[in-house]
Unconditional design. Structure first.
Length: 233
């Protein structure tokens, strides 16, 4: 990756704000870079920032392991703001939320804008993408003792076998009618579905796009009976 530093307008303190965005489009955080940290980011392929409070460079995820692999770097029309598109490992916020903006809505009060304490409002697609990101990270950087790495190491047949087993266990849980067991088994089933996607190099948003296309094109009508036709078994 090569960059032209002359295109960036650093402020009086030699800093430029950097908006960090996940590949899925989710805004993760805002931090600051100086020329040195920007060059370090380009050199290593992982985000490095400048801490205004500590007045030192820092690598995102150096202690937590929640690193950000840089996929693309953009600058705005004025050259005074950066947009860093990354592959996020784990969570982005030091508080444990996926994004620094999760659950922190400013206009939650109808009378006065105020930051209010509320449970994080997680988006299902983001939760699935976060899990998928961890799975892909294990695939790229194996961890000893990881079940995910065991599946990838065993190969496609093992992944498919486990997927089938989890589907059967979900069916049994459903027949038994215990909600807790249904959720547990379906959680395992969804995890193994994501592993299979990762095995084929398919991202969750490709699946979401397929579902959206079916919704827009009316392909679900044969299941819902919206057209008045009875589905064939």
């Amino acid at each position: 990756m090569e960059i032209d530093i002359s295109k960036i307008k650093f402020d009086a303190n030699g800093l430029v704000p950097a908006i960090v965005q996940e590949e899925s489009g989710q805004v993760l955080m805002l931090a600051y870079m100086n020329e040195e940290s920007l060059k370090k980011t380009v050199e290593t392929g992982y985000t490095h920032f400048y801490s205004r409070s500590r007045q030192t460079l820092w690598k995102k995820g150096e202690t937590s392991g929640n690193v950000q692999q840089v996929k693309a770097l953009y600058y705005d029309c004025d050259g005074d703001t950066l947009l860093v598109v990354v592959h996020q490992t784990g969570v982005a916020c030091h508080t444990g939320t996926y994004s620094c903006f999760s659950g922190r809505r400013l206009d939650a009060n109808d009378k006065l804008p105020a930051v209010v304490e509320q449970p994080p409002q997680e988006n299902l697609s983001l939760v699935l993408y976060e899990l998928y990101s961890v799975i892909k990270d294990r695939q790229r950087h194996p961890v000893e003792g990881s079940y995910t790495n065991y599946l990838f190491g065993a190969g496609q047949d093992k992944i498919l076998k486990k997927l089938g087993e989890e589907a059967v266990e979900t069916i049994i849980a459903s027949k038994n009618g215990i909600e807790e067991n249904i959720l547990y088994e379906m959680g395992d089933l969804w995890y193994h579905c994501l592993v299979l996607l990762a095995f084929h190099g398919i991202k969750p948003e490709n699946l979401f796009a397929e579902l959206m296309n079916r919704r827009k094109g009316g392909a679900y009508h044969k299941f819902t009976g919206k057209t008045g036709e009875r589905p064939k078994d």
